[in-house]
Design a protein around this ligand. Structure first.
Ligand SMILES: Cc1cc2nc3c(=O)[nH]c(=O)nc-3n(C[C@H](O)[C@H](O)[C@H](O)COP(=O)(O)OP(=O)(O)OC[C@H]3O[C@@H](n4cnc5c(N)ncnc54)[C@H](O)[C@@H]3O)c2cc1C
Length: 432
């Protein structure tokens, strides 16, 4: 059955969320910019706790996890419809308890954690009272995890971690880190790497600097270069068993990537909304911008690109719900990841252009979106690597042609068609 309609009851929920985000949450982006991942205190807690409370009351808190894992059990499709609303605002995912990277981190602890690990890390994470960090990329290697060199070595009942990690987002405010390290250098990296849950205040966890993105002030950086310097953790700090890091990373990154895509729909739509409003508001050379064919082209291309992307994301979310196994949806998650930066970039760029000089200022959000698009092309793996994944998965359904000519080579097919219909073709010739 194919159906492109949202269930009317859920649509009411979405309508409420849309108004709530615009009226109550988006103002937080301006009142406390870049503060989402700083644990709440003082006035911020007074302003934000009631909003979180309202979200909980409506049953929309932490909808990314299934009921069996401590969430609401909404599934990815309903989450996609909600996330595209939340994507408008930096603070909205926090207020709804579904912010990256904590969603992905919660998901792997829920899947692979022991009862004690869930109690210690997952419960407070789901309650929105602490933040987490995923510490995988190294200064010399990111896209290829088989090159990682950070190690954990057994020492009695403990493990001792040594090495460097780069771009560990939110480490500065996270309560714990999920660190991917080599535990057995004698086997392939796919079997020899493990994940560890490490409290950030463990002696030896040294945040050397917090790298900021372009446009952020020097003190706003949140992507840490970390030196793990003889970090001693007990044996129960291993997540999901020794050698399981690659399997865990796939679970984590599958969810993380599609959630980014859902929010990117919302951000791209914000740019399109702004572009349309500006096109209708501004006049030059005797007519409105919306009457110029170039601008109409920008709007049409943006609308079509966003619609294509949205359908792709919703379909992939539906597939995840159907199969409940990221591996089975790997091709389409990778394809979504490939398309995402271009969609956001193109729509934000056109909206910026239509706004003229105002478009490139810090009084409108477009250059932030363009930087965001560049980030989307790198975070959770570069576009090129995901394209390779898509291509490999697509090629699995094909075989080489038998012989020299393509299967669809017309001369051979024509000959076969002529043989198939020889009786009738001869009759036609006979009637001439
Ligand atoms: C905003 C942001 C947040 C991030 N947060 C985290 C985080 O929380 N935790 C974490 O561990 N990491 C994080 N990362 C790091 C991210 O996962 C890496 O940047 C990414 O995996 C690429 O690694 P790299 O930067 O080392 O690039 P490299 O691996 O050096 O790749 C550089 C470029 O080489 C090309 N390339 C690489 N491999 C291939 C290939 N197979 N085929 C063709 N071309 C290729 C691509 O153009 C690629 O962009 C974050 C990154 C960003 C930008």
């Amino acid at each position: 059955m194919w159906d492109f309609e949202t269930d009317p009851d859920y649509q009411k929920v979405l309508d409420w969320a849309d108004e709530f985000v615009r009226e109550e949450v988006e103002p937080l982006d301006l009142a406390w910019p870049h503060q989402q991942f700083v644990p709440l205190d003082g006035m911020r807690r007074k302003a934000i706790d009631p909003l979180k409370q309202e979200v909980r009351r409506r049953g929309l808190w932490a909808t990314h996890l299934g009921a069996d894992l401590g969430g609401q059990g909404y599934g990815q499709l309903k989450l996609a419809l909600l996330n595209e609303i939340l994507g408008r605002s930096q603070w909205a995912p926090i207020v709804f308890g579904c912010q990256a990277p904590d969603t992905g981190n919660a998901e792997i602890i829920a899947h692979y954690g022991t009862a004690e690990q869930k109690q210690r890390y997952l419960k407070p994470l789901l309650e929105g009272e602490l933040f987490s960090c995923y510490s995988m990329t190294e200064p010399h290697a990111g896209a290829d995890p088989t090159m990682f060199t950070t190690t954990a070595v057994r020492d009695g009942d403990d493990w001792v971690i040594n090495g460097w990690k780069f771009f560990s987002s939110n480490a500065r405010t996270a309560s714990f880190l999920i660190v991917m390290v080599v535990t057995n250098p004698d086997v392939s990296a796919y079997q020899g790497m493990s994940m560890f849950l490490v409290p950030t205040d463990t002696p030896g966890v040294k945040i050397v600097r917090n790298v900021g993105l372009y446009g952020e002030r020097a003190d706003e950086g949140s992507h840490a270069l970390i030196h793990y310097d003889n970090v001693r953790v007990p044996s129960d700090a291993v997540l999901g068993g020794e050698g399981q890091a690659f399997a865990i990373a796939q679970t984590r990154l599958g969810g993380g990537r599609i959630h980014h895509a859902m929010r990117t729909i919302g951000l791209s739509r914000k740019a399109l909304d702004m572009m349309c409003e500006r096109a209708l508001s501004r006049e030059t050379q005797g007519s409105r911008l919306s009457d110029k064919q170039f601008v109409q082209g920008y709007i049409a291309d943006s609308y079509a690109q966003l619609l294509q992307f949205r359908l792709m994301v919703l379909y992939t979310a539906w597939e995840i719900d159907k199969y409940n196994d990221y591996k089975k949806v790997r091709k389409d998650i990778a394809a979504v990841k490939v398309v995402m930066p271009t969609v956001l970039h193109d729509i934000a760029w056109r909206a910026m252009q239509v706004h003229g000089a105002l478009g490139v200022t810090n009084e409108v959000p477009f250059l932030g979106m363009v930087t965001g698009a560049a980030v989307m092309g790198l975070a959770d793996g570069p576009t090129e690597v995901h394209k390779t994944t898509v291509a490999k998965q697509v090629l699995r359904d094909y075989q080489p042609a038998e012989g020299t000519w393509p299967t669809e080579w017309i001369p051979a097919k024509r000959e076969a068609a002529q043989a198939k219909f020889a009786e009738y073709l001869e009759h036609e010739v006979g009637n001439l």
